[in-house]
Design a protein around this ligand. Structure first.
Ligand SMILES: Cc1cc2nc3c(=O)[nH]c(=O)nc-3n(C[C@H](O)[C@H](O)[C@H](O)COP(=O)(O)OP(=O)(O)OC[C@H]3O[C@@H](n4cnc5c(N)ncnc54)[C@H](O)[C@@H]3O)c2cc1C
Length: 390
């Protein structure tokens, strides 16, 4: 096994595999090592909801056919207490177990020329750049919510959410549906049931945790308690989706690092992508789109730095490209996550989406990919905040 690589990527999940694809589509001659502590296929705690935009990004780098044998989900239903809206989405989404999606994406990266090495990274040296025994010209940290690369750069984690998921038989009335039921006290928090299309649904519950550095994220007394236990998460799930957990297996909980507009792109010759950079939508908990988007951009920036030998511009180039794609979006999701802490705003959003397909579509874009708070959404919210439900 060689010990010198052009690009070493820590983590072979969606961000890491996309980073490898980004490098190798830009320059197939580069030597790319993908390090992961797990054997693939491997499971990852997730709702398995994947926006169609993810496949647009992958098609741009020649990766197609990942969903050919799978059934898309066309309907999204949002509920809070007695309020509900259920509509077809403008574009169907996908619910794909991570054992399947991540493995297929990794195979595409290996097919493009990356080398997978099973290895748990423990140490990082910046000058010269070394990851344990491997030397690299550029390193991409794509090692998830508890990234060792981020920690070794000294970047503090931002706000977090905690969520648990399991798999249960899909009841007939939830077939073909992604259902989200918001909690009625602490926000943002919700239970979900996402039909996989194969007789099973991904079900779960998640809630944001109080900010470790302040209690800006707390808006009720109950938020100041310690983080919820597994039993408390499951009890919230049962409260919001009674009986959904019956017959469920494969429970797994994990943290979600919520995006803030000032996220750190990396330092020197090291880039951060996906959850390692803290890029989960703070309103919905979606992170796969951002992992693939930033992974691809990190890979392209890494290839350009190796080609030109100009490593001083590596981080600025990556930061500029990611801000162009996601900067405004993350400012809007930060604002919408704050607004969603108000039950009144959530109710108005559900009623506005029920009244107007455009508002529904715009909210889906904001929650799943890189949408904005649009004029139609603002008008809808304003109207339904003023009027009381009949
Ligand atoms: C319960 C739950 C539900 C969610 N639901 C959704 C959803 O429906 N849709 C959505 O888009 N997002 C969802 N998310 C978020 C989504 O799971 C993440 O945003 C996504 O997995 C990020 O991908 P990533 O490649 O950055 O990190 P990961 O998928 O976490 O991959 C990181 C990889 O790094 C490896 N690794 C970690 N440390 C090391 C180390 N020291 N050495 C070597 N390898 C290492 C791990 O083994 C792993 O393979 C959910 C998250 C949770 C917890």
């Amino acid at each position: 096994m060689r010990s010198q690589w052009d690009v070493v990527i820590v983590g072979a999940g969606p961000a890491g595999a996309a980073a490898a694809l980004g490098v190798l589509r830009a320059d197939p001659s580069l030597a790319v090592a993908l390090l992961d502590r797990d054997d693939f296929p491997r499971d990852k705690s997730c709702g398995d909801g994947i926006a169609p935009h993810v496949f647009d990004l992958l098609a741009d780098v020649g990766v197609t056919g990942l969903t050919d044998d799978l059934i898309p989900v066309r309907r999204l239903q949002l509920q809070r207490g007695p309020l509900a809206v259920g509509r077809e989405m403008a574009r169907p989404a996908w619910v794909i177990p991570r054992t399947v999606f991540d493995h297929r994406l990794l195979l595409a990266a290996l097919d493009a020329g990356a080398t997978l090495i099973r290895h748990r990274v423990r140490s990082l040296q910046l000058d010269p750049l070394r990851v344990d025994d491997l030397e690299a010209k550029v390193l991409v940290g794509a090692d998830g919510a508890h990234s060792v690369v981020r920690r070794m750069l000294g970047v503090r984690p931002g706000p977090m959410a905690l969520a648990i998921r399991g798999y249960a038989p899909t009841p007939p009335d939830r077939a073909g549906v992604q259902l989200i039921v918001f909690g009625t006290n602490r926000q943002p928090s919700y239970a979900w049931s996402f039909d996989r299309g194969d007789g099973l649904a991904n079900i779960g519950y998640g809630e944001s945790l109080p900010d470790a550095r302040s209690d800006r994220w707390s808006d009720t007394r109950s938020d100041r308690r310690p983080r919820p236990t597994r039993r408390e998460l499951l009890s919230q799930l049962d409260r919001l989706l009674p009986g959904a957990a019956e017959g469920a297996t494969d429970w797994r909980a994990h943290h979600l690092p919520l995006a803030v507009p000032s996220w750190r792109a990396g330092e020197g010759r090291v880039l951060l992508a996906g959850d390692a950079a803290g890029l989960v939508n703070p309103m919905t908990g979606e992170g796969i789109y951002y992992a693939v988007a930033t992974g691809l951009l990190a890979g392209q920036a890494a290839a350009e730095a190796v080609r030109s030998g100009d490593f001083a511009r590596l981080v600025p180039r990556y930061r500029r490209a990611s801000r162009a794609l996601l900067g405004k979006h993350f400012r809007h999701t930060a604002l919408s996550a704050r607004l969603c802490r108000s039950g009144k705003v959530l109710d108005a959003g559900i009623r506005a989406a029920a009244a107007d397909q455009r508002v529904f579509d715009d909210l889906v874009e904001l929650g799943l990919a890189n949408g904005r708070i649009t004029p139609a959404t603002i008008r809808g919210l304003a109207t339904h905040l003023r009027t009381r439900p009949s």
